[in-house]
Every structure is written in structure tokens, then in C-alpha cells.
Design a protein around this ligand. Structure first.
Ligand SMILES: NC(=O)c1ccc[n+]([C@@H]2O[C@H](COP(=O)([O-])OP(=O)(O)OC[C@H]3O[C@@H](n4cnc5c(N)ncnc54)[C@H](O)[C@@H]3O)[C@@H](O)[C@H]2O)c1
Length: 324
């Protein structure tokens, strides 16, 4: 069974590719990524170096815009499953560089989904986001609620869900959208809160804290995310299209994280309080009953228990010294 993972040099794509390459030794695990410089390409190359140690892992440097190169991968390999994770991620930058979101998350999505369909892929699992819900008053967020994205990034994710829903009516592919809620872990994204804050502490830099840190995020451990995707790969799927929240059902107060991380490294943060950034939601808290019931699994990880090993990894590998 050949599996294609897009965005394999990214945080989630890396962990998934590593796990799949080790678990399915007889399968070909093919990953592509354009290694863009949204954050340090050095970190992305570090991840690819680890992945290349697996003999059954094949990396290609390809952009989602390049239909010809993507088609060639499909021509040369009988790909049954596509896990589409490549995207321009991040909420804050979507106003600064909207074109990048349009190119990767709209045109790029259309390219990969239509090529997968043409090549008779059986399962197409793709990354959506908790941000599609927008600012809601009622929690936990459930998959059947109305969604109202409040920035360009989340709008592109909603469009991905809509396109898949439409396409599923005329396609034999089983399509699954995963609404990820703030994923964290080793090799995590430097543009996200935990590593951005750690970076400021270890480099003795100021840290901009929005809305006095009065934000809640439903932090979800990368190993839980990978386990869920692996279980979905194995599971017999009958519905043509569905979306799932991928979350812990446990919103964490950012101010608690600020305290925990600075106490752990024993460095006093230099916090600059900024007013609320209106394109960000105040709280995410997802209901994960749908995915846990579907896969008959449980999640038990607690972020404050997991963080020490992650912080130690970050320090040991001197990630805070990486430049773009
Ligand atoms: N990490 C989270 O908490 C989170 C939350 C919600 C949704 N998501 C979604 O999950 C997916 C993976 O997220 P991540 O955290 O691993 O992000 P990431 O930025 O680490 O990984 C995305 C990868 O895609 C690649 N990429 C971007 N545009 C591309 C293009 N046009 N062609 C080829 N490659 C391209 C990037 O180089 C990067 O390596 C993304 O779709 C993201 O929007 C992530």
C-alpha cells in the first residue's frame, strides 16, 4: 500500500511520515513539501533528514502548484491513500500575505484533490482547522454547529471542506476533514505560542502577549493526532464525506502556560502587553466524542505532564538558535 503525505517537512506531516515509515515497512511512504520559508527551512530540513533514515520513505521537493510533478508521482506509484497536510498555516499572517493562502490552500488544494480523484485514490484525509468555527459563545464546539471563519486562513479551510463535500457526491474517494485544535509536541512549529514563548525566554527577548493572555486553547498532543490518523487509515470508511474535531476537550489558559514554561526554565519573561488581536478567537474548546466514538479510542495526555520533555528537547537541540 503506497501512501502520499503532502507537507511532510511540516510539524504534523513529519511525525506522521516517521510513524508510517516505521509501521508500514513494506509500504512506500512518499512525502512532498516545497520547504517554504514561512518559518525556519533549517528545521524543515532537520525533519527531512530524520525521515530519510527510513528506507521506505521517499521525499520530493514539490510545490502544490506544480500539477505536472504531482501527476508524475501518481503515474509512477499506485497511491491508495493521500494525507494532505501541506498548507499555508497560521492565522496572524493571513492578512499580511493573503496570496500565499490563496495559492497553497485554494489552488493547491484543488490540484491535489482533483489529481487524487482522477487517480482513483481510496481515502483522502485532509487538514482543516478549529479556526473554521470562528468566535463562538457555546462550548464545547461540535462538528454539527454552524461555522463562521473570521480570517482568510480559516476561510480557506472552510472552502476545502466545502469542495470535498461537493466532490464526494460524484467521487468514489472517501474524504475526511480533520479540524485540528492547537497541536503541540517535539519538532513543533516555531510560530506557535509554546516555542515562540520559549524562544523569547532563551534569547532574552521581549514577548508580545495579546489580550493580557486571556485566551484558551484546546492543546492536542502530536502523538494523539498521529494515532488518530493511523486509525483512520486502517478503519473501514463507508461515509463519502465527514469532518472530525481533533482535540483534547480540555481548554488551557495561556497565562497558566506562561507561568509553567517560565518557571520550568527559570527565566523571568519580558512581557509586553498588547491589545487583543481581533482576527484571533478568544477560546477554542472542541468536543471530541465523534472521533473517539468512531475509532473507539481514549485520549489521556495532559499538557503540563508532557511539556517538560518537550522543553528539554527544544533546549537540547538548540532550536532557539535557529535562524531562517
Ligand atoms: N499545528 C496545528 O496546531 C494546526 C492546527 C490547525 C490546522 N492545522 C493544519 O494542519 C496542517 C499541518 O500543519 P503543521 O502545523 O504541520 O504546519 P507546517 O507549516 O509545519 O506544515 C505545513 C507544510 O506544508 C508545506 N507547504 C506549504 N505550502 C506548500 C505548497 N504550496 N506546496 C508544498 N508544500 C507546501 C510547508 O513547507 C510546511 O512544511 C496544515 O494544513 C495546517 O493548516 C495545523
Amino acid at each position: 500500500m503506497n501512501i502520499l503525505i503532502t507537507g511532510c517537512a511540516g510539524f504534523i506531516g513529519f511525525h506522521l511520515s516517521e510513524f508510517l515509515s516505521k509501521k508500514y515497512k513494506k509500504s512506500k511512504i512518499i512525502g512532498f513539501d516545497n520547504i517554504n520559508n514561512f518559518y525556519s527551512p533549517i528545521l524543515k530540513k532537520m525533519r527531512i533528514k530524520v525521515l530519510k533514515k527510513n528506507k521506505n520513505f521517499y521525499f520530493k521537493k514539490i510545490d502544490l502548484q506544480n500539477k505536472k510533478k504531482i501527476e508524475n508521482i501518481f503515474k509512477r506509484n499506485k497511491i491508495k491513500i493521500v494525507i494532505h497536510l501541506a498548507a499555508q498555516a497560521g492565522v496572524r499572517d493571513s492578512l499580511k500575505m493573503p496570496n500565499s493562502y490563496f495559492k497553497s490552500n485554494f489552488i493547491g488544494f484543488m490540484n491535489i484533490v482533483s489529481i487524487s480523484n482522477k487517480n482513483k485514490v481510496k481515502k483522502f484525509i485532509f487538514a482543516s482547522s478549529s479556526s473554521v468555527y470562528g468566535d463562538k459563545k457555546k462550548f464545547p464546539l461540535k462538528e454539527n454547529m454552524n461555522i463562521s471563519p473570521k480570517n482568510i486562513y480559516s476561510a480557506t479551510k472552510k472552502i476545502n471542506e466545502d469542495i470535498s463535500n461537493d466532490l464526494s457526491k460524484i467521487s468514489n474517494m472517501k474524504m475526511i476533514g480533520l479540524r485540528f485544535f492547537t497541536v503541540y509536541g517535539k519538532f513543533g512549529r516555531p510560530d506557535m505560542f509554546i516555542f515562540k514563548f520559549l524562544n523569547s525566554l532563551l534569547n532574552n527577548k521581549k514577548f508580545h502577549l495579546y489580550n493580557k493572555g486571556k485566551h484558551f486553547r484546546d492543546y492536542t498532543h502530536i502523538d494523539d493526532v498521529v494515532n488518530i490518523i493511523i486509525s483512520l487509515i486502517k478503519k473501514k470508511i463507508t461515509k463519502k464525506f465527514q469532518v472530525f474535531n481533533i482535540c483534547s476537550n480540555d481548554p488551557i489558559d495561556l497565562n497558566k502556560l506562561v507561568k509553567f514554561i517560565s518557571n520550568f526554565v527559570n527565566i523571568k519573561p519580558k512581557i509586553i502587553k498588547k491589545k487583543r488581536n481581533s482576527i484571533e478567537v478568544l477560546k477554542t474548546h472542541g468536543d471530541n466524542k465523534k472521533i473517539l466514538g468512531f475509532l473507539k479510542i481514549k485520549l489521556t495526555r495532559n499538557i503540563f505532564f508532557e511539556l517538560p520533555a518537550i522543553i528539554e528537547w527544544y533546549k537540547k537541540n538548540q532550536i532557539w538558535k535557529l535562524k531562517n
